[in-house]
Every structure is written in C-alpha cells, then in structure tokens.
Design a protein around this ligand. Structure first.
Ligand SMILES: Cc1ncc(COP(=O)(O)O)c(C=O)c1O
Length: 313
C-alpha cells in the first residue's frame, strides 16, 4: 500500500480478539492503537489539531507549535510537525519516561522539563506563557474541540464499521484529555444506544467520581483536573484500577496474547476483565489499548524484569 505521507497511516487501527485471557462465555476485543505510526492513540489528536489550526488560519507555515504533554501527545505532535515542517516545543513533567523525551527529540522537537510538584495544571500554565512569549501556536489538547471531534470522525466510525451487524455490549476506555471517551462515547450513545460506556480511572485519582487526585503511575491518564473537552455525561459507569493491577494486565496481554502495550492499556484491559464479571453470557466487550509498551521499558511497568542472561551457560 503506497501512502503520500506518514500522516496518512494514522488511524484505521486493528480490533483484535482476546483468545486466552477472556473468561468463558464472554467475547473480548481490543483496539490496538500502537499500530499508529507514532505508536499511540495521540497521533489522531495531533493530526486533528494541526489540520484544524491550518484550516482556520491559526497556524502559519513554519510557525512554532507548543504543547504541555505527558509524552504521547508530544511524540505525536513531534511526528506531525516533522512531517509538515513546523518547529515543535514540548513541556513535560520530569516524572514521565526517558523514552518519551528521546522519542520527541528523535523527531527534532525541543523538550522542556517541568517540576513534578507543578502537576499537569502547572505544566499547562508554563506552556501557555512560553507560547505567548514566542508567538507560537498552542495545541491545547485538554480544551481543543478538534480532539473529541476527530475521535467522533475516526475512532468511533472505525468501531461502528467494524462492529456493523455484530453484537457489542460494552466499550471500555480510560481518559487523559477525555478525547477518546467523549468522541467514541457520544457516537456510540447515538448509533448503538445499547452499548454501555465504561470509564476507567486510577484508584487513587478517581476525579469523575468526585474523589481527590493523588499521584499515580499510569502515564497519560487522569491529570489533576477534569479537562474541558471531557463530556462527563457519556460514561454509564466509572471503575477504578490500581497501578499494580494495570501492570499485571499489561504484562499478561504480552505473555498470553502476544499484545505488547503500555500501562494505561493494561489498566483499561484490567477494567474490561472487571466488566466481564458483571457481563451476561454472550456479551461482547471492546477495550481501547492506547499505546505500545516500548516507551515504558525503563519504568514501573517493566520493573524487576531481568536485564541479564536468564540461564547460565
Ligand atoms: C498512554 C495513554 N493512555 C490513554 C490516554 C487517554 O486518551 P485521551 O486523551 O483520549 O483521553 C492517553 C492520552 O493522554 C495516553 O497517553
């Protein structure tokens, strides 16, 4: 298949059946966003925001693009900006993985680290001030309506088309900006009103349940505020998941299904396994897997994995 740009390969990600980890009587599927060229669901948002800004005339040829990001959005914007010729500057908390920083720099981006104590909301403010000072375009993933709009047009349409004429009872996703939850959730509520939408959150930061935010290890999930693009009326149920349970699920997806994904994907899949416990026989569950595990090799997700030889010669 010949494409005119790497950006044309964003989206149309595969939905894969879970064969060994699904409990008996329940059908489970995952949408594997690692197949995007930048390795995560955030490629969709990055392309959406840049295309929208170009169309509105908010982004001029060669103008600097700036964003506050937990990493995947930065990697995705770095890729889109490299392909389109915009300089890109990412502001990222120092707690996010080394792989994320190096990936962005590999795409030619500048990465500026912000102190962990500032949390996500502080990081956003620093990026805003920098963009204003340099006359840059600020992507504003947490506020930009192009984010959920693109999930309505692409992620949701792909799911509707792949499940056309097939049973689907549950859709499970976590949230970072809420773009996926809002875009897919809103479309499913209209087109497939019987599908129950489940939002997964870190157990220590269950903001949609009105609980207090505490630091968690699931990079990309649940900042310390509820973003403007997140439609809180979309989810039928909100389920908590711990860092450790998310890690176990991500590792089991790799070892039992051959699906290599990140910690938030593990959290989403663990939540889908919880949903399977309340599901009726024959129910079909779809879970989002937002990114690849390769950008977590230095993190909690693979802590304790042997780096030497597994057997002596
Ligand atoms: C690893 C990871 N998982 C999940 C999400 C959540 O996606 P969304 O921003 O659409 O809520 C993100 C994005 O922030 C992410 O980077």
């Amino acid at each position: 298949m010949i494409h005119s740009s790497i950006l044309d390969t964003i989206g149309r990600t595969p939905i894969v059946r879970i064969n060994r980890l699904a409990p008996e009587g329940v059908e489970m599927y995952v949408k594997v966003e690692a197949f995007n060229p930048g390795g995560s669901v955030k490629d969709r948002l990055a392309l959406a925001i840049i295309l929208d800004a170009e169309a509105r005339g908010d982004l001029k040829p060669g103008q600097m693009v700036v964003e506050a990001t937990s990493g995947n959005t930065g990697i995705a914007l770095a890729m889109v900006c490299a392909a389109k010729g915009y300089p890109f500057v990412a502001f990222m908390a120092e707690t996010f993985s080394i792989e994320r920083r190096k990936l962005m720099r590999a795409f030619g981006a500048k990465v500026i680290l912000t102190p962990a104590a500032h949390r996500a909301s502080g990081m956003v403010k620093i990026a805003e001030a920098y963009a204003q000072k340099h006359g840059a375009f600020l992507a504003r993933q947490f506020d930009n309506p192009a984010n959920p709009a693109y999930h309505r047009q692409t992620t949701a349409s792909e799911i509707l088309s792949d499940f056309a004429g097939r049973r689907l009872d549950w859709f499970v996703t976590g949230w970072g900006t809420g773009g996926t939850l809002t875009g897919v959730g809103e479309m499913l509520r209209v087109a497939r009103p019987d599908v129950k939408i489940i939002a997964a959150e870190p157990a220590v930061a269950s903001l949609l349940k009105g609980e207090e935010w505490h630091p968690h290890k699931i990079q990309g999930w649940t900042p310390d505020f509820i973003p403007n693009v997140l439609n809180q009326a979309v989810a039928h149920q909100i389920l908590p998941v711990t860092d450790e349970v998310a890690r176990e699920a991500a590792r089991r997806l790799a070892t039992a299904e051959g699906i290599f994904c990140g910690l938030s994907a593990g959290g989403t899949f663990a939540t889908a396994l919880d949903v399977a416990k309340q599901a009726k026989p024959g129910d079909v569950i779809l879970a989002m897997l937002p990114d690849t595990g390769e950008r977590y090799l230095s993190t909690f997700l693979f802590e304790g994995v042997n780096e030497g030889s597994d057997e002596e010669l």
